[in-house]
Design a protein around this ligand. Structure first.
Ligand SMILES: [Zn+2]
Ligand SMILES: [Zn+2]
Length: 167
């Protein structure tokens, strides 16, 4: 996902808006059992500050995730904002990529690393198909969203359990 900064390079203190689209990299979501359903759309306004380029972007896409409770796949819309600072790689003595800067060589800068980070941050640690998802029965594995099972669950409060062990 490349920004063409050649025009902006000639005009310090000016801004330019970009609209970009790219296919999402499914490897990013593989660890979550997910994948991209839509292309990744980015709207970014880049300002040439005189020494560096600062970008404020919005990313939008749709991903498929696996519910942490019932394990069903579900669709999760992503809308996230991100900021980035783009630096010409002749200045890599002053800026480090570890600090989140994006370097560019001449005319174009690849902002995909920042976009992917924004997508990743927008995904909940414990993704749920719906807030009130009932999950699976720990005894028989029945999806409690679609049917109830007759398993007896040990519903003893753990605090009582502790008291029981006292005598
Ligand atoms: Zn679920
Ligand atoms: Zn059950």
């Amino acid at each position: 996902m490349k920004l063409d900064l050649s025009k902006l390079k000639l005009h310090p203190r000016e801004t330019e808006a970009f609209f970009l689209q790219a296919k999402g990299n499914d490897d990013l979501l593989a660890g979550l059992g997910g994948r991209f359903l839509d292309p990744v759309e980015v709207e970014i306004v880049v300002e040439h500050s005189g020494t560096v380029f600062t970008g404020r972007g919005k990313v939008r896409t749709m991903v498929q995730l696996s519910c942490a409770r019932c394990l069903h796949d579900f669709t999760f819309p992503i809308e996230a904002e991100f900021m980035t600072v783009i630096v010409e790689n002749t200045r890599n003595d002053q800026f480090s990529p570890d600090e989140g800067f994006i370097f560019f060589d001449g005319e174009t800068a690849d902002i995909m690393p920042m976009v992917e980070e924004a997508i990743f941050m927008a995904i909940p640690i414990c993704p749920l198909c719906k807030e009130e998802c009932q999950g699976l029965c720990p005894v028989c594995g029945q999806d409690r969203n679609s049917a109830t099972c007759s398993c007896q669950e040990d519903t003893i409060d753990p605090r009582w359990e502790k008291l029981k062990n006292l005598d």
